[in-house]
Design a protein around this ligand. Structure first.
Ligand code: NAD
Length: 504
């Protein structure tokens, strides 16, 4: 097969350059010189070595971010100048889009057709927040008779720690970095240890964009060391975290000592409910895409599908046909729909859930992994049929291409089952009865619900979950007003109001 190219880049699996830390505008090794290996999920060979940061490197990065915020030009820069930096970053992402998509696929095993879309989205994150800050970030005024005028201003917080996962690294990192910088904060990013490549590319872009030293820093390393040091640091004003629920809970505990603001985007086990009056073809497309895109490693994946009993058999037959036809293969192949899972340990975890499903009484239907890609961490698209909501495979986040299929009969029954889970991130309802659609959408406990739609995201909406899926919302004005800035009220006397005269 001829090698496909993306611009100047040959889409082949090969070793790439080693990755350093980016602190105070310099690419540096860790103080101890320690590195760790970054492994390619398709070949299970080493992609490169990564400089391993820990407490010492975090201390340096936070000091640089603090200096840049308090003394450097960033804090005093005119808004127009700051936002033109943000636009420059977006343009540079566009220029490097093919390289970013390639590195992302090399690092994560996500199909290149999907990492290209995520990269385009990443550039949009910067443009969107630049325009939102320009037009929307303003306070209110509160006149009090003719005595006072009170007004609010929204101030950046200072150095902010961003801790991100490996499942859609570049997109999720920029989703946090863009509002953090656009509002005038400085940033220390701790990317997931399993996906360091595009975070490093982002540092190169920041460098090229001419961001003042220390405004943006990247410290690679492990969660328990680098991540924990960032959370504990007294000069870090807030932590925005995306990752597993258990990690989020640890971070909240550790952030308490320094009374940090935290934002938590956590795990999910989202229901997709199909009633018997739904457009079944579209519901089928959405259900299949919603669990098997991003290799099933998607926080909002519809990992529990509830089918009305009247349409269940027909729907399941079609699901089986789809599962057999999903194109499993090399993430660099533009036709690939499902790639390998991030690492061997995660591959073993997902497979152990499939074994558990058999023990719990599910019929397991799987696609077939082609012989020639067996070196990768491939789990084929998997259906767990005859599942019951109380089974562990329906209660725990598997985070792979595994969909449990559960039958229901009554609206009330399905709402109860959809809510009988610790998570509450997303939900999807398919019906042509609009009254019912809204009723069910309002009753399902989740931060985000789609009616007759797959997961399409509007950057303006509040993004996040309830229950064990998160605390707080990011996205749109929610990111700007509720997380990355602090409101401050200024009371101005415009008359001679009464002041008590103690001791006169
Ligand atoms: P993870 O929690 O293992 O790791 C996420 C990040 O936290 C990594 O950078 C890791 O190094 C760091 N970390 C780990 N322990 C830490 C500690 N004690 N202190 C500070 N940092 C620490 O998650 P993951 O496996 O990388 O990602 C998958 C999870 O992310 C899934 O549960 C998925 O649902 C969730 N996720 C949620 C959303 C959302 O928006 N709600 C989006 C994407 C992924």
């Amino acid at each position: 097969m001829p090698v496909q190219t993306a611009g100047q880049i040959e889409l082949v699996h090969k070793r790439v350059k080693d990755v350093k830390l980016y602190i105070d505008g310099e690419f540096i090794e860790s103080v101890s010189g320690k590195t760790f290996e970054n492994v390619n999920p398709f070949t299970n060979e080493v992609n490169n070595l990564v400089a391993e940061g820990g407490k010492e490197e975090i201390d340096r990065a936070v000091a640089a971010a603090k200096r840049a915020f308090e003394e450097g030009p960033w804090g005093r820069m005119k808004l127009e100048e700051r936002l033109s930096c943000i636009h420059r970053i977006a343009d540079l992402i566009d220029d490097a889009a093919e390289e970013i998509a390639y590195l992302e696929s090399l690092d994560t095993g996500l199909p290149i057709s999907q990492t290209r879309k995520q990269t385009a989205r990443a550039a949009k994150n910067f443009r969107f927040y630049a325009s939102m800050v320009e037009t929307g970030l303003h306070g209110d005024s509160y006149p009090v008779d003719d005595e006072f005028i009170n007004y609010t201003v929204y101030k950046p917080l200072g150095p902010i720690g961003l801790i991100t996962p490996w499942n859609a690294p570049f997109m999720l990192e920029t989703w946090k970095v863009a509002p953090a910088l656009a509002t005038g904060n400085t940033v220390i990013l701790k990317p997931a240890e399993l996906s360091p490549l595009t975070a490093n590319k982002l540092a190169e872009i920041m460098d090229q964009a001419g961001l003042p030293k220390g405004v943006f820093n990247v410290v690679h390393g492990f969660g328990e060391t680098a991540g924990a040091a960032l959370v504990a640091h007294p000069d870090v004003k807030a932590i925005s975290f995306t990752g597993e629920t258990t990690t989020g809970s640890t971070i909240i505990k550790n952030a308490a000592d320094t009374l940090k603001k935290t934002s938590m985007e956590l795990g999910g086990k989202s229901p997709l409910i199909v009633f018997d009056d739904a457009d079944l073809d579209r519901a089928l497309d959405a259900a299949v895409w919603g669990i098997f895109s991003f290799n099933g490693e998607r926080c909002t994946a519809n990992s529990r599908v509830f089918l009305h009993k009247n349409i269940k058999d027909e729907f399941v037959e079609k699901l089986k046909q789809r599962v057999m036809k999903i194109k499993i293969g090399d993430p660099m192949d533009t036709g690939t729909q499902l790639g390998p899972l991030i690492e061997k340990q995660h591959f073993n975890k997902v497979n152990s859930y499939i074994e558990l499903a058999k023990e719990e009484g599910c019929e397991v239907i799987q696609g077939i992994v082609p012989e020639e890609v067996k070196a990768g961490n491939f789990v084929p698209p998997t259906l767990l049929l005859n599942a019951k909501n109380e089974m562990r495979v329906c209660q725990e986040e598997i985070f792979g291409p595994v969909m449990a299929v559960i039958e229901f009969e009554e609206e009330e029954e399905v709402i109860k089952a959809a809510n009988d889970v610790r998570y509450g991130l997303a939900g999807f309802v398919w019906t042509n009865d609009m009254k019912r659609g809204h009723r069910v959408a309002q009753a399902v406990e989740a931060g985000m619900i789609w009616i007759n739609a797959q997961n399409v995201r509007d950057l303006r909406i509040p993004f996040g979950g309830m229950k064990d899926s998160g605390i707080g919302r990011e996205g749109g004005r929610y990111a700007l007003f509720e997380f990355y800035t602090e409101p401050k009220v200024i009371h101005v006397s415009i008359g001679d109001h009464h002041i008590p005269q103690f001791g006169k």
